[in-house]
Each structure stands twice: as structure tokens, then as C-alpha cells.
Design a protein around this ligand. Structure first.
Ligand code: GGG
Length: 327
């Protein structure tokens, strides 16, 4: 069986790390892929006036899964609608430390389960008058319960003991009050062990004692911010993959953005993108192949070559080739 994969490199270093992940997938003999490349992002908008062409939406909707690189200035017009196109409601962001890498917290193994459809990323913003703007934060009981169900299932299926529900219900009483109640009700229904945590205090505890956390269920913005914080604990954004999971379709992307400061230099760390490709393999049912890719990335992270963000001087292509060799 051949799997059709939409490949959307997007902006900046997305153009460099996405081909690296495609090379790794193509090197897996036991799975057949048909890669269909599509455009999106700042450059496409400059050229055509549209950051996410209908053709790209259709390719992602029809594919078995999508690999997405990075969004730049047009992120709100590209990655948010693309997540909608594939029907994703959960953004799974694992943050773990690796042997052989300098990490602020070398005993970190946390998976953020981020609600992916609402919160402050609902896109309901307006300028009331000059100098006055508003944003509507949407939280629904259904979406909050759905992400909690996904998070508790994920913890059970992956043998994680601790589930934490992140919120700020003492200030955002209506919206995060609802998120907290709906997510807690799921935990109660399942007789699960879980904690709740105010997201600001949680940020501090994550820095000081990340080993105390396994799975963290978060509203949209909190998941985006806390997972970047966790990237800082384990060696940087070049290491964090993610899966945007829907009922049937899914999109896989590194947690990092387009990194305009290093774009075009060929030195971006492809690990996050390749690890996202490993999550794509899991999603398609190729768990063994996904594990092989993770093991190959882990061995290269330990023994090199390494990109400059990890203290080395290798380029993106050299690291990707080393991962293919390790496979
Ligand atoms: N590959 C992830 C990416 O491009 N991130 C840029 C960004 O702004 N993302 C917002 C989000 O993840 O919701």
C-alpha cells in the first residue's frame, strides 16, 4: 500500500528541515510513500496574495497525512487553517531530554496535550477604535472534554502515571473555569489519578522539577507557551516534534517556527522535523519504523554530527544523512 503524504515546507528553515524528514521517510524500505509537495506561507502570499492556496488545502485534505515545516509572519493564515483542514483537535508535543546533550534539566520526559481548535487562537480579534483592540477567547465544554479524553487515553496507552490539567481558572473564571470543570469531570469519570495546576505556577515547577510531570493537558495558548518552555529545558526548539491529531487525518510539524535568523544558512537542526516524521509513522500504524527513526535520531544526537544549536558545526543535510545511515 502506498501512502500519500502532503509535504508543505512553508517558510524559513521549514524549506531546509522538511526535505531532511522526507529523505528519512524515503529511506524506510518497508513503507511506500508518494510525496506530494504543496506551497504555503509568506513567499506564496507575496507572490499570489494568498498564504494558503486552495490547491494546498485540497492536497492536505486528500492525503493520508501531512508533513508541515514552519510558518512565518502568515502563521495565523497557514498553520491554524491547515490544522482545521485535517480536522485536528489535539496537538501532541513531547519534550524529552536525550543522552549526550547538554540540557538544563536532563531528566525531562513530558508530553503536552494542547487543545488545538479554540482559546485565544480562535481568530476573533478586532480593533474597536484606534489604540483599542480586543480578542475573544472561546472555550467550549465539548472541546475541553474532548482534549481531556484524548489526554487521559494518551497517558494510559503510553504508560504515563501523572496527568496534570493546566488552567488559570482563578482569573479567567468563565473560560478556564469551564475548561477545568470539563477536563476534571473526564478524570473523575475515569477514576483517574490527576492533578490540576495554575499555569503560571506550573511554568515555575516545570523549570525546577520537570521530572514530576508526565502528561499535561492544556488550553491552546498555554500548550503553545509551556511546550516552548520545556524545549528550553532539554536543549532547544530543534528537538521538539509534534502531531496535530484529528479523527482520521493528521498533520505533523516541528514545534519550532521559521527561525528567520538562521534561515537559508543550511544549519537548522532537522531533529524536530525528523521526529515529527516518526510520529507520522506511528499514526499510519508503523510503530516499529517510528521507533527505528527515533533510535536513529537519538544515536546521532549522542554521537554527532550536531548542528550549531547543539554545540556542533554540522549542517542540516549532514545530520539528516547521518540519521539515514543510522537507520
Ligand atoms: N512548525 C510550527 C510553526 O511553524 N510554528 C509557528 C507558530 O507561530 N505556531 C503557532 C502554533 O503552533 O499555534
Amino acid at each position: 500500500m502506498t501512502h500519500e503524504i502532503a509535504v508543505i515546507p512553508g517558510d524559513g528553515i521549514g524549506q531546509e528541515v522538511t526535505p531532511a524528514a522526507v529523505d528519512v521517510l524515503a529511506a524506510i524500505d518497508s513503507v511506500d510513500f508518494d510525496f506530494v509537495e504543496a506551497d504555503a506561507g509568506d513567499a506564496v502570499k507575496a507572490e499570489t496574495g494568498e498564504a494558503l492556496p486552495q490547491e494546498t488545502r485540497d492536497i492536505a485534505a486528500d492525503a493520508d497525512a501531512t508533513l508541515f515545516g514552519a510558518a512565518g509572519e502568515t502563521a495565523a493564515d497557514v498553520i491554524l487553517p491547515l490544522r482545521e483542514v485535517v480536522g485536528s483537535f489535539a496537538n501532541v508535543r513531547p519534550a524529552r531530554s536525550y543522552p549526550g546533550l547538554d540540557a538544563v534539566q536532563p531528566d525531562t520526559d513530558i508530553v503536552f496535550i494542547r487543545e488545538n481548535t479554540e482559546g485565544v487562537y480562535s481568530g476573533i480579534e478586532s480593533e474597536i477604535t484606534e489604540g483599542v483592540t480586543t480578542l475573544t477567547r472561546v472555550i467550549t465544554e465539548d472541546a475541553s472534554a474532548k482534549i481531556a479524553e484524548f489526554g487521559f487515553d494518551y497517558a494510559r496507552q503510553n504508560d504515563f502515571d501523572d496527568v496534570t490539567i493546566a488552567h488559570k481558572a482563578n482569573v479567567m473564571r468563565e473560560t478556564d473555569g469551564l475548561f477545568l470543570d470539563a477536563a476534571s469531570a473526564v478524570g473523575e469519570d475515569r477514576g483517574a489519578d490527576y492533578d490540576t495546576a495554575l499555569m503560571d505556577a506550573l511554568a515555575m515547577h516545570l523549570v525546577m522539577t520537570p521530572e514530576e510531570y508526565d502528561v499535561i493537558i492544556c488550553p491552546n495558548l498555554a500548550g503553545d507557551v509551556l511546550s516552548d518552555l520545556a524545549a528550553g529545558l532539554v536543549g532547544g526548539l530543534g528537538l521538539l516534534p509534534s502531531a496535530n491529531v484529528g479523527e482520521e487525518n493528521a498533520l505533523f510539524e516541528p514545534v519550532h517556527g521559521s527561525a528567520p535568523d538562521i534561515a537559508g544558512e543550511g544549519i537548522a537542526n532537522p531533529s524536530a522535523m525528523i521526529l515529527s516524521a516518526a510520529m507520522l509513522l506511528d499514526h499510519l500504524g508503523y510503530d516499529e519504523e517510528g521507533d527505528r527513526v527515533r533510535a536513529a535520531v537519538e544515536s546521532v544526537l549522542e554521537s554527532g554530527p550536531k548542528t550549531p544549536d547543539l554545540g556542533g558545526d554540522a549542517g542540516t543535510d549532514e545530520v539528516a544523512a547521518a540519521v539515514v545511515d543510522a537507520l
